[in-house]
Design a binder for this molecule. Structure first.
Ligand code: AMP
Length: 250
């Protein structure tokens, strides 16, 4: 069984985002870009399925800028993906457009399982996996904290409010990863060197003939409100008095 893992290049989670002066978006110039953390978890899960002998090949795919080839797609191959597909687009493609492109890739590649992140940490959309499942009419197990697959079915344990739910899906299927599914391995330097010889197929959005024109207009992006400075109190009695003054204590 082939496993397809769609991955997104996002602002590294350690970098504090800066809003552009005109409020039109986030300024990404010269900042560190990385694999979306949930996608690292998806790659790890796919590579573990290959190590167990359930998967035969792990293919990663991204819709994004050319630079993705030498950063995130290299990391993905160093983590264990066998090959990569870069669908180049200089413009950001919305989740629906990405899902339509992925549906075409699925048609070509015929994977038994597609593992995506549950959300990209830049747009926080949490839409692409679900839209892809709808477009393909495939079953989906979202927010997976455990995945058990054989060649026929996949059991997905999902983190739901107040507990865990386990669903049993017939393959081919879509799975999206939650934070606790696994701890992704590091891409070590020797593996990064080796990964350079693993193939990357370069495509453009036009190759797939789907409409990815934007349907959403961002009106404004603003910084979160600044926290007000706290106050230091000299004693517990003073703290209690102040809390009483605020109506918090009686
Ligand atoms: P989102 O719906 O944008 O929150 O993204 C959810 C998941 O869809 C991500 O974790 C990726 O697995 C996948 N995805 C989103 N955008 C892209 C993209 N541009 N290229 C490939 N995969 C993507």
């Amino acid at each position: 069984m082939k496993v397809l893992v769609p991955v997104k290049r996002v602002l590294d989670y350690n970098v504090k985002p800066r809003v552009k002066a005109d409020g039109s978006g986030i300024d990404l110039a010269n900042l560190k870009m990385s694999l979306n953390p949930f996608d690292e978890i998806a790659i790890e899960e796919a590579v573990r399925l290959k190590e167990k002998g359930t998967a035969t090949e792990v293919v990663v795919v991204t819709v994004g800028v050319a630079k993705a080839e030498t950063d995130i797609l290299l990391t993905a191959r160093a983590m264990g993906a066998d090959r990569a597909i870069l669908i180049q687009s200089d413009d950001e493609v919305e989740p629906l457009g990405v899902a339509k492109l992925l549906a075409k890739v699925v048609e070509e590649e015929a994977p038994g399982l597609v593992i995506l992140g549950k959300q990209a940490i830049d747009d926080d959309a949490n839409q692409t996996g679900q839209m892809l499942a709808a477009l393909l009419n495939w079953p989906q197990g979202t927010f997976a904290s455990k995945v058990e697959a054989d060649g026929e079915r996949v059991k997905v344990t999902r983190e739901v409010d107040g507990g865990l739910e386990t669903v049993d899906l017939k393959l081919p299927a879509i799975v999206t990863t939650d934070l606790r599914l696994n701890e992704p391995r590091y891409a070590t330097l020797p593996n990064i060197m080796k990964a350079k010889s693993k193939p990357v197929a370069k495509k453009t959005v036009a190759d797939y003939g789907v409409d990815v024109s934007p349907r959403i207009k961002t009106l404004k992006v603003t910084e979160p409100g600044k926290r007000q400075a706290g106050i230091k109190v000299g004693s517990v009695d003073e703290l209690v008095e102040r809390l009483k003054g605020m109506g918090v204590a009686k």
